[in-house]
Design a binder for this molecule. Sequence first.
Ligand code: ATP
Length: 547
Amino acid sequence: MPLNLRLSKGRELARTAGDHASDMFAPLTVIGRGLRHHSAWAKARWQATPKERRGPTIFLVAAMGLGIYLLPHGLLFALVALMASAAWVGRAPKAAPAAPEPDVADIKLTALYAALTPYLAGPEDLNPLYRHEGSYKDVFRSWEFDGEGRLSRLELAYPAYFTDTEPAARARIEQVVQGKAGRAREYRFDWDEESNKLRIAALAPLPTDIAVQRFVAAPGEIVLGFTDEDGSARTIPVGQGGAVTQQPPVVWRTGPRSAEPHLLALGAAGYGTSSLIRSIALQALPFADLVVIDGAGTGEHACLVNRPGVHTVETSLHGALAALEWAAQETERRLTALNASRHAGIAPPEDVTRPLWLLLDHPTELSELAHAEGRPDPQDLLELPLRHGRAARVTVVIADDVEARDRITPTVRATTRARVLLGPTGPAEGHAALGAPLDIVPAAQAPAGRGYARIGNSAPVRLQVPATVDPLDEEAPAVLRDAVIALLPHRDTRTEAAAPTEVPPRPAVPPAVIPVVPIPPVDPSAEGRSGVDLGKEHPALRFRPLA
Ligand SMILES: Nc1ncnc2c1ncn2[C@@H]1O[C@H](COP(=O)(O)OP(=O)(O)OP(=O)(O)O)[C@@H](O)[C@H]1O
């Protein structure tokens, strides 16, 4: 047998013998450790015993020893008892218990309490609710954390002298809470002024995967977007991510019985006000005619050019002025016709009852241009449609940058009672844009199309506008572009419309504003085509300037 094999076999034998020996001697080791422990204990007791009591102690121990000796099998029992107690004491010591995990809720609520203390502690209060050495348990009534350890609900008490009626004071507290609880989420702040309590709730994100589609809504109803369950009285079926789900819509009712016949949408740049205009246009087109003014001139509404029901899409000041002058005249004509039919006691002609929608994207850009050129402000031309549009079935939708709010005329602001605000904004901006304070603090980062809506005097609700991309934007996802294309009316679809009975015919364009480029005649060979022509090859309809 080779030497190294012998060596390794020897090593193996030695290891096995060692293992067996340690197994065999383990009880002896335990008893030995216990006896050592006992002797150390006895030695310590002896040293701790005062000298004058040592004699009696020796005597007592000797008497016990004698007693045990005299008992039948006493020595044997004493030996067994000693071994058993030594084995018990000498067993392997238990692992020290792990230090308890720090309580996340405790850490976070303590930090929040400390952060709120400077704002809620009164220097002259002898028994302050918030004090530097205080505990959050004295003022935080209830709280909840989500699965990720983030604060999701909190109710706290605040002193009666805190100025909870002042927006600036509230905003400071809301900022502190959002800072400590995480800026990535929206929070609702419910200030109970009567009982000096503040309830805070983190809001779940609204779905962002709903594309524009044919929504279940009555003619004249526009689904601005979707909100929380408690923000809407109903839900509608919606195609979302390949399935049909029920979602609570934000519905804007238009028409002669609407108390909010016109809409003003303001948004931070890039947060989707143009997409909202497109979404409204696609929903209004089945029952209304449109005039579209693209004040930014970016061509974002080119997909509507030459569509049936779209009178014009204007990007220039010259064209916008002509179109709005026509709209003002058309409003007047409709009012006169409606009055005449009311006097005669007959039904008004169909061409005055068909809804007309004026969609203006970034009109303040045109206002600036008009001022520079000494021409009339396009917003001033909206006065008649805005003031009398409800009776004349004319609806005005204006979308602009939130920073351009000061350039929006007082008439527009006073007559647009349906409001939308998109993108993250401060409390003052939110109040100004919606006409009411917002009890929600927006997240630091919001997806495009996220904001708030306020219809009339109702409370503002959260809003996520359905994705309505520009189908001519080649960078937009194809599936979203297809969703828009599917809703664009083709030249054939209106002539073939299955249910034209509820849709009154389009009013005749007055002679003063005859389109320079007429709508091309319907091509019969195109019937039944499923694809939709985006109309890129057709120039926008232009109105002749009024003399
Ligand atoms: N609701 C939405 N869902 C998904 N994407 C959106 C939504 N709204 C807008 N977007 C996307 O955000 C981008 C900007 O949108 P849009 O042009 O509508 O914003 P805007 O506010 O009009 O911008 P600007 O003020 O610069 O004109 C586009 O790429 C658009 O596709």
